[in-house]
Ligand binder design. Sequence first.
Ligand code: CA2
Length: 143
Amino acid sequence: MNRLLLVNGPNLNLLGTREPGIYGSATLADVERITTEAAAAAGFEVRAIQSNHEGVLIDAIHAAREDCTGIVINPGGLTHTSVSLRDALTGIGLPFAEVHISDVYAREEFRHHSYLHDVAAVRIVGRGVEGYADAVRELVALL
Ligand code: CA2
């Protein structure tokens, strides 16, 4: 079962359309391709989901229990607000990598706290969209 779930949270569908100074010019499709290629190099396939709805993300995380060995997740703004997302991830027990495109520590104070940080197996911050490939490599090394 060499499969990773790639989860992108609210507003990440806007990647490449606005705020290039913060998030760069790559699109969500680029993110999914970069992640899929890094996973393929390690012998893993990827199932990708992006949603602007917390419950949809939680359902996808629960479903990953059936057929995935790890999760790469950029929870978007839910990083800083969602106990429920944390509970979903700890509840299924799969190791996961938390990715942030921007350097959240160099931004507003409210972005400095993550509800996932202490339970993530891998944390990648501020490396742009290539951070997703790094997350795959670091996560796969732990599996
Ligand atoms: O740096 C990251 O990857 C973030 O997870 C992105 C979230 C933000 O709330 C986190 O603090 C850090 C926001 C994603 C919104 O992405 C957009 C992309 C282009 C245009 C507008 C929003």
